[in-house]
Design a protein around this ligand. Structure first.
Ligand code: NAP
Length: 302
């Protein structure tokens, strides 16, 4: 059996089209568009490329977009003042601080200074709490977990009553996706197990999973014999395992591998995400959706 591929690149296009149409509609009816500010401190090349992609996507869907790029030696209090400025800017609905920040700045302090109603990354403790409560309380589900849930739902996978096993318990992927899948409501209602490095028998847990979500950051961790036949496998892992020359650009690019042995797993699973082109493209897409949501909350049109 060859599994159905759940392609993030295709689902991204569907969602970005939906966002673009909604932005157009809101602009016509209310005369406003969502506003997103990206704050990039310093010149870390990886951060520059992430922010560039976010800016490009924001333009594509018709957002107002502001870039603020203070130098790496900005004082913590000046960065806090910058955040305060955007917290009080009525045209801004989402504030994104690109991580990592320089060592002299306390990341936690900065993230906690963002108005929770503009925290489109969903990392502020208030939004983590809202996510835990679930239902109408949820404002901004963190972007990667939100993308994972969207892929599961749009691939037609039944989540209600499903055994979901999440490998990894990080604050940005494992814990939030586990919490989201156990909530009472559509796209969830699952029975969830979270496994990590202290779990006694990782393989036995994985073998029970109707939906296996792997976010460990260990290339090839999940072996094909751990996969339940016909299950849905979401591989969040993005591991650089080497370099190659791109056929398109002639430049050196990273060879990426997921946490699942993809070639063997696709012969057993019912559906599976590839790496690259699976979960990766969903994260920025969901950032756009959260920014749109933020404006809709403000306008009272949820
Ligand atoms: P992380 O903070 O390093 O957490 C990894 C988790 O996996 C930890 O909870 C760890 O357990 C667990 N783990 C590691 N090795 C394990 C093993 N051998 N057996 C069982 N559990 C193990 O990583 P993260 O930030 O969640 O990211 C995970 C992966 O997803 C990375 O490859 C990252 O690049 C990728 N990622 C992709 C996207 C995207 O595509 N947009 C976004 C975010 C992350 P302990 O807690 O016990 O240490």
């Amino acid at each position: 059996m060859t599994a159905k591929l759940i392609k993030g690149t295709e689902i991204r296009e569907e969602i970005l089209e939906e966002i673009t149409a909604e932005v157009k509609d809101i602009k016509e009816k209310h005369g406003v568009v969502p506003g997103l500010v990206t704050i990039l401190v310093g010149e870390n090349p990886a951060s520059i490329s992430y922010v560039t992609l976010k800016i490009k996507t924001a333009h594509r869907v018709g957002f107002k977009e502001i870039q603020d790029s203070p130098s790496a030696d900005i004082a913590e209090e000046d960065l806090l003042a910058l955040i305060d400025k955007y917290n009080n800017d009525d045209t801004i609905n989402g504030i994104l601080v690109q991580l990592p920040l320089p060592k002299h700045i306390d990341e936690k302090k900065i993230l906690n200074a963002i108005d929770p109603d503009k925290d489109v990354d969903g990392f502020h403790p208030v939004n983590v709490g809202r996510l835990m409560i679930g239902g109408d309380e949820v404002r901004f589900p963190p972007c990667t977990p939100a993308g994972i849930q969207e892929m599961i739902v749009r691939s037609g996978t039944e989540t209600s009553g499903a055994e979901v096993v999440v490998v990894g318990r990080s604050n940005i992927v494992g814990k939030p996706i586990a919490n989201m899948m156990l909530q009472k409501g559509p796209g969830a209602n699952s029975t969830v197990t979270v496994v990590h490095t202290r779990t006694k028998d990782l393989a036995e847990h994985c073998k029970r999973a109707d939906i296996l979500i792997v976010a460990a950051g260990v290339p090839g961790l999940v072996k094909p014999e751990w996969i339940k036949p016909g299950s849905c496998v979401i591989d969040v892992g993005v591991n650089r395992v080497g370099e190659k020359i791109s056929e398109k650009t002639g430049k050196k690019i990273a060879i990426l591998q997921g946490d699942v042995d993809f070639d063997a797993a696709k012969e057993i699973a019912g559906s599976i995400t590839p790496v690259p082109g699976g979960v990766g493209p969903m994260t920025i897409t969901m950032l756009m959706r959260n920014t749109l949501k933020s404006l809709k909350f403000k306008l009272g049109i949820q």
